[in-house]
Design a protein. Structure first.
Length: 120
């Protein structure tokens, strides 16, 4: 993504990390509770996912406040990290919306530059 900001890059990375961590946590819980093996993997993966999710919440909240998202959208994006694979879909939708907004702003700025050149 060309017009990406550092906050958006952090959001994308944390959305993927949170999503993968939650899927791995679910798999390790199935292995532990279903087959009685590897209880330490649940603790390790659960801890990593927990820390990643807290960072995801902070970054997603910052992004939402910066872009003035409605409260409902902000809550849905924040909760996306608690449902397996949902963070992948939320990340894709958020990035698509932000890309369209950045492209519109870029086109508006390019149009303003052309008007200034023509009038000068």
């Amino acid at each position: 993504m060309k017009n990406s900001t550092p906050l958006l890059k952090a959001y994308r990375a944390l959305a993927y990390i949170t999503g993968v961590g939650l899927v791995l946590l679910c798999i390790s819980m199935i292995v532990w509770y279903g087959f009685g093996v590897a209880p330490s993997s649940v603790m390790i993966i659960g801890t990593i996912h927990g820390w990643a999710y807290m960072a995801y919440v902070v970054v997603a909240f910052s992004l939402g406040m910066k872009l003035k998202w409605p409260l409902k959208k902000l809550i849905l994006v924040l909760l996306a990290g608690t449902i397996p694979t949902c963070s992948f879909f939320a990340e894709r939708r958020v990035v698509r919306e932000i890309s369209a907004e950045l492209a519109a702003r870029g086109a508006a700025l390019d149009g303003a530059d052309e008007e200034e050149t023509v009038s000068a």
